[in-house]
Design a protein around this ligand. Structure first.
Ligand SMILES: [Zn+2]
Length: 611
């Protein structure tokens, strides 16, 4: 199973070799330097952020004034960003470190205080006339802030009177209730007890262990796990159904109050994503579910089962392979695999990973679990890992390094306020890295078991990130449609819809059990307001980009990474030759999936006949 290192053997933070830690010194040379900055900002906070307070009193719809306001606001935001980044990283090294914890809480209070102090800025600008906003947009003085102003103008069409906006802000405090209640139920109140394996041995069941057991080769354990977890949720299907309805009612409220064309469009307008991007994803996948059907039936055959149930969808089709990498080996593989991005790109990455110490590599006592890429405009693009040397860890390094290179190139080429790329683009660079690393490993690996292992991880990646998320996005779309038509979302309506979608996606080889029909009850993403489709468009775009890179076409892609948030995401993508309004990108992803499944099937039959 997964290599848990015993607490006993784990190093304390102080014992970790410097070379294995990230280098925070370029951010702040030491804690005293951070304290100096913190004190300065705290003093400013005490004076109501001085310049901001003065500007508030002097508000005038005047282009030069708006420039002063934006610049003062951005300058402080940038400082707070730097201050906060340092303590977050410092705390993540060891979350039991009370000095870091205290510093974190202090920085958080400063950041939150500032947010409140500037909450008037956008509404105040939005309350000016449309002609004034247009004047700002056309003014040379504000040229640098064109995107910022454009976004305000986009919102302007949906802004209400001052009185109504006040009411809306009160109402917004209620919006979080359904999601918060679901989180409390899901993370705290629900307990799943224990489940038995095929030998009658009991195992505790939690969310984390659910993922582990679903990959177990013990089918009884998988079935018991799947049924127990979902039946626990089914015991609350009326309550959770109401929470989900409540969440959708908050979306409907926004739609009606601000006169958006639909709930979906209300969520897309901020980033100017056309509705067709969403609908195109749904319809193209729906037309091509046969690709996923082929995989479902391959699973049934490979596992030699009379009946395939959902608890058979996660188990590996081949036994675990022993495949380990040192951190240095993993870095060399990732660097070699991104060769299609060019020598310069590879050199930046090499320096970051192996010389400048972007990465905090190993686990230590109290270190935050998981992995991420993070930092600020004024720091290196740091990477937190808990590296144990598995293939999974290698892929995680590749993924996070993709984020970090995107951040690096964006920060190098854009000003602070246009460097932070939006969520819609965020997973592209990381997934391109994964694709390139997968392709590279397949190219250099001859061992059949390892090849199968790699192919399976690629197939499951697309199944989970593309197909499953599109299924979710379709469900989300349909339940919003029902709510907009004032239909009641009863448990029967919800599970019928969810069951039908699963049958359509996975095809006739999969038995649709009652538990699967009720899976929607446990998905936190249904409270995120049309969020998940971005996982699917992200991976489809990344697969398309990786293909282009292999064809030697790298300039447009690099330009995309360098352009940060200097325009709306669709415009940036179009400049890189990516048009998500056409079906090509989505179709390419489905074709890639089909090819991988065929390759897997072929290699699998080769070893079956030879053994
Ligand atoms: Zn990511």
């Amino acid at each position: 199973m997964i290599g848990f290192y015993g607490e006993k053997n784990m190093k304390s933070r102080a014992e970790v070799a410097k070379k294995d830690t990230w280098n925070l010194e370029p951010l702040y040379i030491n804690v005293d330097a951070w304290k100096k900055d913190f004190t300065e900002l705290s003093l400013l906070a005490e004076k109501d952020w001085q310049e901001i307070a003065t500007l508030k009193k002097e508000f005038t719809p005047d282009v030069a004034y708006i420039k002063r306001l934006i610049e003062a606001h951005f300058a402080i935001s940038r400082k707070i960003d730097k201050l906060f980044t340092y303590v977050r990283l410092w705390l993540d090294q060891d979350i039991t470190n009370t000095e870091a914890k205290n510093a974190y809480m202090l920085a958080l209070a400063v950041a939150q205080g500032y947010q409140e102090a500037v909450s008037w800025i956008e509404p105040k600008i939005l309350a000016t006339s449309e002609s004034f906003l247009k004047k700002c947009l056309d003014s040379d003085l504000l040229k640098e802030y064109r995107v910022f102003i454009h976004r305000l103008i986009d919102q302007k069409a949906y802004v209400l009177s001052e009185e109504s906006e006040k009411l809306m802000s009160y109402a917004s405090r209620l919006d979080r209730a359904p999601n918060e209640a679901f989180k409390a139920l899901n993370n705290a109140d629900l307990v799943f007890g224990s489940v038995e394996d095929s030998e009658g041995k009991k195992h505790p069941l939690t969310h984390g262990l659910y993922q582990v057991y679903m990959k177990s080769f013990d089918r009884t354990l998988r079935e018991n796990t799947y049924r127990t977890l979902h039946n626990t949720f089914r015991g609350f299907e009326n309550t959770i159904g109401e929470l989900l309805s409540g969440e959708l009612q908050t979306h409907l409220f926004q739609k009606k109050a601000r006169s958006y064309p639909s709930c979906l469009e209300a969520s897309l307008i901020g980033n100017q994503i056309p509705k067709s991007v969403y609908m195109n994803l749904l319809s193209t996948v729906e037309k091509n579910t046969s690709a996923l059907h082929a995989y479902t039936s391959l699973r049934k055959e490979a596992l030699d089962l009379d009946e395939l149930h959902y608890w058979d969808m996660g188990v590996p089709l081949i036994q675990d392979v022993e495949w380990k990498f040192t951190f240095e080996e993993a870095c060399e593989i990732v660097i070699a695999s991104v060769a299609p991005l060019g020598k310069e790109y590879q050199e930046i990455l090499r320096k970051g990973l192996l010389e400048d110490r972007w990465v905090d590599v190993y686990e230590n006592k109290g270190k935050r679990s998981g992995a991420y890429s993070g930092g600020s405009y004024d720091s290196m693009p740091y990477i937190l890992l808990n590296f144990h040397g598995t293939l999974q860890d290698l892929m995680t390094l590749s993924h996070e390094a993709g984020h970090s290179m995107h951040t690096y190139l964006s920060n190098k080429n854009q000003k602070w306020h246009e460097a932070r790329y939006p969520i819609f683009l965020a997973e592209i660079a990381s997934t391109v890295h994964e694709q390139l690393t997968d392709d590279y490993l397949l190219q250099i690996t001859e061992d059949v078991d390892k090849r199968l292992y790699l192919l399976q991880s690629q197939i499951d990646g697309i199944r989970n990130t593309f197909f499953r998320q599109t299924l979710f996005a379709t469900f989300e779309y349909k339940i919003h449609e029902l709510v907009e038509e004032e239909e009641a979302l009863t448990p029967l309506v919800l599970k019928t819809l969810y069951g039908e979608l699963n049958q359509k996606y996975y095809g006739p080889s999969l038995i649709i059990d009652e538990e699967l029909k009720s899976e929607y009850l446990r998905i936190p993403h249904f409270y995120y307001n049309f969020y998940v489709y971005q996982y699917a468009t992200g991976i489809a775009t990344a697969i398309f980009c990786a293909k282009k890179l292999h064809q030697g076409d790298k300039e447009a892609y690099l330009q995309l990474l360098k352009s940060g948030a200097s325009d709306y995401p669709m415009a940036l993508l179009k400049r890189a030759g990516i048009d998500l309004e056409s079906t090509a990108i989505i179709e390419n992803c489905i074709e890639t999936f089909s090819e991988l499944v065929k390759k897997f099937e072929k290699e699998l039959s080769k070893i079956r006949t030879s053994r």
